[in-house]
Design a binder for this molecule. Structure first.
Ligand code: ADP
Ligand code: MG
Length: 623
């Protein structure tokens, strides 16, 4: 019988490698990640990473690990060739970062790759050169023990992928990120990162993670970091450093979590970390966290995703609750938690919101203060009853938002989905100034009466709104007035924030900041916007740098300027939980009357709420 013609055929090996490369090799930083993992698995204690053009032209990683002999050197180019596992069972007892045996084959298939390696100290090694995965030459060369892998012209044979690569600085940023994560997990290993012959990171071998954190994220963080060291009965251990709640960031990017030495970005773990800080952070703020989870490898499946960033725990909620409890136990002795403050009930983690949604929700209430530690001064209008203090959210729930006829609603384009209200007669006669002030509630809200309505004003949101309008006005008029600092503040940032800041120094001058590079990842803060006075300005600059990282390049800063002005306004104003005198309230009201949009703070949080007499009477069942 003649062979039937088939539609289906098995793909050639070279094409399979290219397909696999599609999953594993997205950009230069993915190559850096895979090669660093190999060097660490080889037991290296010194690793040099050299890049040219953000890694697009060259990535060279040299280590002093165990190296390979001639046969292994050839085998390492084969797909599914690994020295790290042999059997099914090994997959659930992993002690190495790699195990799939695909990285080198994949990288080789989309680049010009030169491997030089030696497994002995006799000074003799092997060099293999491959183009697009095809071995072109193989020689014996003089070489000390260790391995150097050189990857040139990534995606030279995959133009579609190459098109997606970003500019040099962006790719370098991603690569530095990868190095940062590996370096945090391996303080005993020295890492050097060179870009176009310039040393970008120079990390010596350290005794512990604290020193490594100082070198990578800034020494000034250390006093605010608490040490975590907890062990559960069941083979579960948590170590590392977490920030006290006063040290926060405006993005989750400084939450570094590792499982068995592997950096992961896992939803369950992230959620647990944020839960550990519940009620301690303002909405939209994130801690600085470097946490290492040690778990029985049988309890976690790493083989969920080719890049191994996500994992699956066998006992998901047990791991979640252990992290939450360990963080609470670490924060409690430092005085951050009331004794009876309960650990959130062990919930079904499946039911939790995906992280992205949680973040979006947080953003709305960006400046909301939830820091319970800031309640000090006594309220000057109402005696404060600590014990029976009603829960803020209960009160908020019974108050309906401003009810205005639809023709008084203005939809503005400026910030999507922010509805802004004009208040009756506000423009001409000063709505706020005409309010009858009743007093301050919870040192956070100003209570007023208008006609028979009760008006509540969120003092923080109101101040923020005023600050924002002032800043925006000054910025549009040319430059935000600045004020020189008597003693310049020295800031230390991480690699990516430092890059973002140095790229935007001129723009920042427009915003009233005078910042000078101070060598490495340090900067001297010489002048600050007048409006900020002497508040924690370096914290603000750190936040702005993170925002700049998010925004990307300079051209976009002008478009996203509101975001930066909001950050500045947020730092410039009084927080909630602050007693205000009648005079201060009056002057705040005058300022509110001077600006155009009054009813929403720039984050979309309302400044003012109204409760009618009818609503109040209904509460007391009089209606
Ligand atoms: P995996 O790391 O999953 O095993 P790779 O394709 O990354 O797969 O590497 C294949 C093999 O090549 C590894 O198992 C290891 O034995 C060897 N190898 C790769 N890089 C190095 C290195 N820097 N030093 C020593 N051996 C290496
Ligand atoms: Mg590997």
């Amino acid at each position: 019988m003649a062979l039937m013609e088939t539609k289906i055929h098995v793909l050639p090996e070279a094409l399979c490698n290219k397909i696999a490369a599609g999953e594993v090799v997205e950009r230069p930083s993915s190559v850096v990640k895979e090669l660093l993992e190999n060097s660490l698995d080889a037991g290296a204690s010194d690793i040099l990473i050299e890049l040219e053009a953000g890694g697009k032209r060259l990535i060279r990683i040299s280590d002093n690990g165990c190296g390979m002999n001639r046969q292994d050197a050839f085998l390492s180019f084969e797909r599914h060739a690994t020295s790290k596992i042999r059997t099914d069972a090994d997959l659930f007892a992993l002690t190495t970062l790699g195990f799939r045996g695909e990285a080198l084959a994949s990288i080789a298939s989309v680049s010009r790759l030169r491997l030089t390696t030696s497994d002995n100290d006799a000074g003799l090694g092997q060099q293999i050169y491959a183009e697009g995965g095809k071995i072109k030459t193989a020689n014996e060369v003089g070489f000390p023990q260790g391995t150097t892998i050189e990857v040139r012209n990534l995606f030279f044979n995959l133009p579609a992928r190459k098109k997606f690569l970003r500019k040099e600085q962006t790719e370098l940023g991603h690569a530095a990120d990868v190095v940062t994560k590996q370096a945090l997990a391996n303080p005993a290993v020295s890492f050097r990162l060179k870009h176009n012959e310039r040393i970008m990171l120079d990390l010596r071998r350290e005794k512990g993670v604290r020193e490594r954190v100082a070198a990578l994220l800034g020494r000034s963080l250390l006093p605010d970091l608490l040490t975590v060291d907890k062990r559960s009965n069941e083979d579960l251990q948590l170590t590392g450093l977490i920030s006290q709640p006063q040290l926060t960031r405006s993005a989750a990017s400084h939450i570094y979590t590792f499982i068995n030495g592997r950096y992961i970005r896992d939803r369950v773990v992230q959620h647990a970390v944020m839960d550990g800080y519940r009620h301690l952070l303002m909405k939209g703020r994130y801690p600085v966290v470097v946490l290492f989870i040690q778990i029985d490898p049988a309890q976690v499946d790493i083989n969920v995703h080719p890049t191994k960033h996500e994992v699956r725990f066998r006992e998901q909620s047990q791991v979640h609750d252990f992290i939450v409890e360990s963080l609470r136990q670490t924060l409690r002795p430092a005085g951050w938690l009331e004794k009876k403050s309960e650990i959130p009930p062990p919930g079904e983690v499946e039911n939790y919101l995906p992280l992205r949604q949680t973040q979006a929700a947080n953003h709305d209430a960006y400046c909301q203060v939830g820091d319970d530690s800031v309640r000090e001064a006594t309220n000057q209008y109402f005696p404060q009853e600590e014990a029976s203090r009603p829960n803020d959210s209960n009160i908020a729930a019974t108050i309906s938002p401003l009810s205005l006829p639809p023709d008084q609603l203005i939809y503005t384009e400026s910030s999507a989905a922010h509805i802004q209200y004009t208040l009756p007669g506000s423009e001409s006669s000063g709505f706020f100034s005409r309010l009858q002030i009743l007093g301050q509630y919870h040192q956070s809200y100003i209570l007023c009466q208008e006609g028979s309505d009760l008006i509540l004003i969120d003092q923080h949101a109101a101040h923020e709104r005023v600050g924002f309008e002032k800043l925006r006005h000054a910025y549009t008029a040319g430059k935000i007035p600045s004020q020189a600092l008597l003693f310049p503040d020295v800031l230390e940032l991480d690699f990516n924030s430092a890059t973002a800041l140095s790229e935007n120094l001129q723009e920042l001058e427009q915003l009233g900041f005078e910042i000078e590079p101070f060598g490495g990842k340090s900067f001297a803060l010489k002048a600050i916007p007048q409006l900020l006075e002497n508040r924690n300005v370096s914290g603000l600059v750190v936040d702005i740098a993170l925002e700049l990282e998010r925004i990307g390049h300079t051209a976009q800063l002008r478009e996203s300027i509101d975001e930066v002005l909001i950050l500045m306004a947020c730092h410039s104003v009084i927080r909630a939980n602050q007693a205000l005198s009648n005079l201060e309230i009056t002057s705040l009201f005058q300022e509110l009357d001077r600006i155009d949009f009054k009813a929403n703070c720039p984050h979309g949080r309302p400044v003012i709420q109204r409760m009618t007499l009818t609503e109040i009477e209904r509460l007391f069942r009089r209606q």
